[in-house]
Design a protein around this ligand. Structure first.
Ligand code: URP
Ligand code: ZN
Ligand code: ZN
Length: 498
């Protein structure tokens, strides 16, 4: 690993969410110590020439599942391969999920996940916690997680019936608790009951392939749950974050709710922005199965462009990186309901969004930074430690060559999975150097990492970006009773029941 503790990035265009400027960045001991011209630097400082290149905050992937055990098998990208691949793609932080089984302790699951991740992880990381069941012990554990463990986001499943799914009354209770403790509620928004019925129907019609996976859970199944989650969150005055927004219908629901003043954020993912659900109808089963994830990609091939157009409104991008090789996907060879759900993305998200967003002319470099790091840092209370190039921020940076190109392929990617849903995609815009807390971890195609070099980043509750409006509404929006003289007139009597 390169060990310089001082680096000067010279001659590049520094891009933040609000503006870009030609200037230099000086890094000392893992943090950005100065941004400006003619900076005084220590003897022995390494100088990196960034002429004609952009200097961006490192990407933050808001949604990964490294080595998740799910649907009978374990995701092949673990915290080591997954986070190395993240560096190769210009991502310097991930937020992964702890998912306890129903009835199991959230705190124990958290400790277990830290024990799994800490010795392997290469980039900095934080953890979201899934709430898969509900009672008073869960409520107390949520409080402990926020107070002592740096967790400020909780994901609830409206799908995966009988496995992870919560009912509406439980969602309300969890949302209300999130609001009390200053956390953000996240939902996997799909109607689990309808999926279960739809799946039975498809199988009874003899549809056993990956196309059945999409047909049993069409867009409105996602849109309905999204609207329901927003309604429940509003009733609890709780901020809401809809993970993996996959369809036009669900994206519209989130965008409309935001326009109506709801505190809600949406997270399209690289898969949904870079490819589509027509792949489920591919004649080659081994190709089609690789795209199976929940909610599914949509067969309407204009969906990726639509989601890209709404990105500003929805706010952030993740990947839902949860990789199973084809032989694992083959558990569902004769029954699509048994295909382990999940796709790749952690390595390619930045390139895919640059290609489909910036290169295509849909967004500028500043919006790119907003949707790949800054907004996530603000929502999850990591800002400005992460998501910004400024004095005092962590030195997590990417030197980006907007002109360079590459073709995405499983043959050259750094992930452990044996296929790539973006296979063959030509991408303009590449990371040439990735810096994680002041260390060069990727340069000219080579990785300089060691397992366990990443840190767990605890997050405080009541992120201002999210809670300003919530707290104010709590203060001024309390329902109150009308003052009246008591009614003194006649009241009918009801005969007592026998
Ligand atoms: O297909 C998916 N999304 N797999 C990971 C679990 C989840 O729902 O996020
Ligand atoms: Zn999910
Ligand atoms: Zn997920």
């Amino acid at each position: 690993m390169t060990t310089q503790s001082q680096i000067l990035i010279k001659g590049g265009k520094v891009v933040n969410e609000d503006f870009s400027e030609m200037t230099d960045v000086y890094i000392e001991d893992g943090v950005i110590s100065a941004v400006g011209s003619d900076l005084q630097v220590a003897a022995g400082t390494r100088v990196i020439d960034a002429t004609d290149r952009l200097v961006l905050p490192g990407g933050i992937d808001t949604h990964t599942h490294m080595e998740l055990s799910f649907m009978g098998t374990t995701a092949v990208d673990d915290f080591h391969t997954g986070t190395k691949a993240a560096f190769a793609g210009g991502t310097t932080m991930i937020l992964d999920f702890v998912i306890p089984q129903k009835g199991c302790s959230l705190l124990e699951a958290y400790e277990q996940w830290r024990t799994t991740a800490d010795p392997k992880v290469c980039c900095d990381y934080s953890l979201h916690m899934a709430v898969t069941w509900w009672d008073d012990t869960v409520k107390k554990e949520m409080e402990t997680l926020v107070r002592d463990k740096g967790v400020n986001s909780f994901k609830m499943f409206m799908a995966y019936k009988d496995v992870f799914m919560l009912r509406d009354n439980e969602l309300y209770a969890v949302f209300a608790q999130c609001k009390e403790i200053g956390a953000i509620a996240q939902v996997h928004a799909e109607n689990g009951d309808l999926i279960a019925e739809g799946a039975k129907r498809m199988l009874s019609l003899g549809i056993t392939g990956p196309e059945g996976h999409e047909m049993c859970r069409p867009e409105e199944v996602e849109a309905e749950a999204t609207q329901r989650a927003i309604t429940i969150a509003h009733a609890a005055n709780c901020p809401l974050y809809v993970v993996h927004v996959m369809s036009k219908s669900a994206a519209k629901v989130v965008a409309n709710a935001r326009r109506n003043g709801r505190v809600v954020f949406g997270e399209p993912i690289a898969a949904g922005l870079g490819t589509d659900g027509t792949n489920y109808w591919h004649k080659d089963w081994a190709h089609a199965v690789g795209f199976v994830m929940g909610p599914p990609l949509r067969p309407d091939s204009s969906t990726p462009r639509y989601l890209m157009d709404l990105l500003d409104d929805l706010s952030v991008t993740g990947t839902d990186n949860c990789t199973f090789s084809v032989c694992q996907k083959a558990l569902g060879k004769d029954d699509f309901t048994k295909i382990p759900n999940g796709v790749n993305g952690v390595e390619d998200r930045m390139s895919v969004i640059w290609e489909k967003g910036v290169h295509s002319g849909k967004m500028d470099e500043n919006r790119f930074v907003a949707v790949t790091s800054t907004n996530a840092a603000k929502i999850f209370n990591l800002y400005p430690q992460k998501g910004r190039i400024a004095k005092g921020s962590d030195a997590d940076l990417v030197i980006w060559d907007p002109e360079a190109t590459r073709v995405i392929s499983a043959k050259t990617h750094h992930q452990a999975v044996d296929y790539n849903i973006f296979e063959g995609m030509l991408c303009h815009g590449l990371p040439v150097v990735t810096i994680s807390r002041g260390k060069v971890v990727y340069e000219n195609g080579q990785l300089f990492t060691k397992p366990g070099m990443g840190r767990y980043i605890p997050r405080k509750p009541f992120s201002e970006f999210v809670y300003n409006r919530i707290n104010q509404r709590e203060k001024v929006g309390k329902p109150c009773a009308v003052c009246r003289e008591p009614y003194t007139g006649e009241i009918i009597s009801i005969a007592p029941k026998r």
